[in-house]
Design a protein around this ligand. Sequence first.
Ligand SMILES: [Zn+2]
Length: 342
Amino acid sequence: MLTCASRKWLVVFLALVWGAASGDTPSGAQGVSTPYGAVSLPFELHKIPGVPVYYVVGLSGVPGADNEGHTSNAGFVVTDEGVVVFDALGTPALGYRLLQRIREVTDQPIERVVISHYHADHVYGLQAFKDHAGNPPVWAQRLAAGYAEGSRATQGEDAERRLQQRREALFPWVDETTRIVAPDETFADHAEFSLGGVSFELTHLGPAHAPGDSILLVKDYGVLFSGDVIYKGRVPFLDSPETDVERWLQGLDYLVKLDPQPDYIIPGHGSASRDMAKAIAATRGYLDFVRAAMRRAVQEFVPFDEAYESTDWSAYRDLPAFEASNRGNAYRIYLEMEAESF
Ligand SMILES: [Zn+2]
């Protein structure tokens, strides 16, 4: 018969053995090993209550060693005939962690991986799915095809230069063996498919933050994966010649008018929400604010530097990615407003 105290020690001992065996030390430096480097982040899996939809939430800020490149969200839907994955995270190691999390939930095959848009923080994990999940087809809006070929002409991000940058910023998780996986199937405006009796609807809402921005609606479960059309908890990135803020705002209007409204919204960055108006408020508020400030400056012939310095950014200054993105964003909008005024 074990005494209460010895039973307690047994539990502690088993926990230690289990922790060492799995290598799953949430805060430890050792981390969970993957074929692409160890991941030491907790990498918590969230589940939408009552339905087989799961997601992970990235940390705020720009990708770097401190967050191991885990700055974006991804999710998956389990059906009786397989799994549909939405987005693949920002390193092959994180893609592999996502795959491990899927395997903790189900043995169903990965039937397809849908990508919201081709930017590094959402696609570098594809490699892990290609190499370790039976080579599932990757779906994306057709403008993604150019990105995968290394062209900057289609997604507002110079793919080759970005890869070099991440090989430095995110080594060892992104290294010489990291490759950009091209989509296998593309769609133009809209695509529908069903798997295991669950219907999926893909809609192109770009060009918005990126030309290919697309959303995935899982109607049966009232879940919307919005990709980066909705950013939460950080300053959005719009400093690209292909960001179309006007159309981005239209995309947000489209989401507000979705009928019926989804019960859960999982954005490209930031926490999930249950209310569309609240979910889009941060993105819309920021876009409106920058546009109004820069429009005023252009109308009053105030040079950009002066306009930027005199704008009260206090509502955004403390947000992650402010330093990295805000000035470039504002300048991009200033130029747009200037072009419009001629
Ligand atoms: Zn993103």
